[in-house]
Design a protein around this ligand. Structure first.
Ligand code: FMN
Length: 180
């Protein structure tokens, strides 16, 4: 069984993270009727209207995979509500000072995540509130933000922006290492 105290809420949606020092395990938690699969994989969820935040998400995943772990890249409308990964990044562009609607819904349903390594990102045009909103939700849910400042890119990501996306992917991957 997983060590005591590592289970999380799970009826529709759960996020799971084994904290430092806990043994990694696969376990059927019968009391929650919930299968926990602990994987060395990073989840990147994004919502994008013109492909800019999507490009950021893809490049974050490139960074993750360059460092070893798998990356599950999911468009927000395809998100099934289950997070079994060791770290997560959520991205949205800004529209009318808010996140896009699917990401807003995911954030509204975010349970306690207790120490899950996490990051927020997104492309913006002038004010860029969405990544801050995502970061705030993650923080309020107990996630351990990789960086206090979310990764924001004005308009289309090029050159250095893409390097920053790769670096974020590598930082997320490092959090999945058993030694981290
Ligand atoms: C209807 C509309 C509203 C927008 N509102 C904002 C806004 O409030 N603040 C901002 O920084 N950018 C705003 N933008 C700009 C987008 O965030 C920007 O174009 C972004 O690069 C789109 O990225 P995406 O392709 O990932 O959706 C808006 C764009 C549109 C079309």
């Amino acid at each position: 069984m997983c060590p005591a105290g590592t289970s999380r809420r799970c009826p529709f949606f759960f996020l799971f993270h084994l904290s430092k020092g806990d043994a990694r395990c696969r376990s059927l938690l019968s009391e929650q009727d919930c299968f926990l699969l602990i994987q060395m994989r990073v989840l990147v969820i994004y919502e994008s209207t013109m492909g800019r935040t999507k490009k950021m998400a893809e490049t974050i995943c490139e960074g993750v995979e360059s460092a070893g772990p798998e990356c599950r890249l999911v468009e927000a409308s395809d998100f099934d509500g289950v997070v079994e990964e060791c770290a997560v990044a959520i991205g949205s562009s800004t529209r009318m000072k808010k996140t896009l609607p699917r990401v807003r819904q995911i954030l509204a349903e975010l349970p306690e995540v207790d120490g899950l390594p996490a990051a927020a990102f997104g492309s913006y045009g002038w004010s860029g509130e969405a990544p801050d909103i995502i970061a705030e939700h993650l923080k309020n849910s107990g996630a351990a933000l990789i960086d206090e400042s979310p990764l924001k890119v004005k308009d289309h990501p090029y050159g250095r922006d893409l390097d920053s996306c790769r670096e974020l992917g590598i930082a997320l991957a490092k959090k999945c290492s058993p030694e981290s």
